[in-house]
Ligand binder design. Structure first.
Ligand code: SF4
Length: 368
């Protein structure tokens, strides 16, 4: 905001747009890759640091361009090491990113929209409504900023699109971000296998996401249309359970990557033994693994977390049906960075938001 309104933010350009800029300046083609490397591999925050450009070229570039990252509003670290970051976007909206450390691994949970178009009943983000899509650089910027904030020698090891928003409803920006994050010549070089996109079931984009080679996780959460209708009405009305599962079968047929199904366990809603049996039947024949996520209660939401016994029985049944099933534990409860709680502080600081803000339920967990 403010100062450099007339200058183009280099981070806001994709590789083709940087190429156009380079052409416009009358520079040789190879300069595109040089600039991209400065931005995404050396991760400089100042054109002046681009030392393989002559002083004259740097000055020329500074006349038209700048490097601007979103600023940090807050960072909270929970007792288990989970970090929650809130960023201020150029238009003063706010988003969250959650860092989940586990042993040597560092997983970053990225937001893809400010708010969400969908209306999942157990989700804090849903309650803030949809403000807008994030642009690619606002997604990549979460990674650049957190990486810069890590202690010397620590690196992010995996990226999950499970923060605020439905990534497949902002596909173009997510795909552009994934390109910058995964490109090995000039980008951040994350293997697509270390990236997971989580969807509530927006099936028209399944083939597109498969082509990117990243992992796909389906937030299932119910074994009947009645349950999905209650928990995730907007998406289930468009694509009911049968349609979703058919899209999942098509997906695994043409993908070498298995699917992941996420299942938030809600006491008395979807945690009965017959649900577990039904889950086993529904997923039979689909190459996949299942993550069970005991719900984290948050104020203003009526859903409850099942007791450990109920969770255990559920898991045993699903396992007995031949599925790979893992129990995920929520992380960082004390900073509201846990499952179902992301998005609250972002919405609180965001002037444009109304007061009854809340948020999302997905994977901020670690395998237990
Ligand atoms: S769970 Fe995901 S898709 Fe559903 S409302 Fe929340 S952010 Fe949107």
């Amino acid at each position: 905001m403010g100062m450099n309104m007339s200058l183009v933010n280099l981070l806001a350009l994709n590789v083709h747009e940087v190429e156009e800029l380079v052409q416009g300046l009358g520079w040789p083609r190879y300069r595109t890759q040089q600039l991209m490397k400065w931005l995404y591999q050396h991760r400089v925050v100042d054109v002046d640091a681009m030392t393989n450009l002559s002083k004259i070229d740097r000055t020329r570039l500074q006349q038209v361009a700048t490097i601007q990252r979103d600023s940090m509003i807050s960072r909270q670290i929970a007792s288990d090491g989970t970090g929650k970051y809130v960023w201020r976007l150029g238009d003063d909206l706010a988003i969250e990113t959650v860092l989940i450390p586990e042993d040597r691994r560092r997983t970053l949970c990225l937001s893809s929209q400010v708010g969400c178009t969908l209306d999942c009943g157990f989700c804090l983000t849903a309650q803030m409504g949809m403000k807008r899509n994030l642009r690619a650089h606002e997604i990549v910027g979460q990674v650049l900023n957190v990486q810069a904030d890590l202690p010397e020698g620590e690196h992010l090891t995996s990226l999950v699109f499970m923060g605020m928003g439905e990534p497949l409803m902002n596909f173009d920006a997510v795909a552009d971000a994934i390109q910058r994050l995964s490109n090995i010549e000039w980008g951040l070089g994350f293997s697509p296998r270390r990236m997971t996109v989580s969807t509530a079931g927006w099936i028209p984009r399944f083939p597109d996401i498969r082509r990117l080679g990243v992992n796909l996780a389906i937030s299932l959460n119910g074994t009947t249309n009645a349950q999905r209708e209650r928990l995730m009405p907007a998406v289930n009305r468009r694509y009911d359970l049968e349609t979703l599962l058919q899209a999942c079968r098509d997906y695994v047929q043409s993908s070498e990557r298995p699917l992941t199904f996420e299942y938030v366990l809600l006491a008395g809603i979807n945690d009965a033994p017959e649900d577990a049996h039904r889950l086993g039947s529904l997923l039979r024949g689909i190459r996949c693994k299942v993550n069970l996520i005991p719900f984290n209660a948050f104020p203003g939401n009526a859903f409850q977390r099942p007791t450990p016994d109920v969770i255990d029985v559920f898991q045993q049944i699903v396992r007995s049906r031949g599925l790979d099933v893992f129990l995920r534990k929520s992380r960082g409860d004390d900073v509201l960075g846990a499952c179902g709680q992301l998005g609250r502080s972002a919405s609180e600081v965001s002037e444009a938001l109304s007061t009854d803000s809340h948020k999302r339920a997905l994977p901020i967990y670690a395998k237990s």
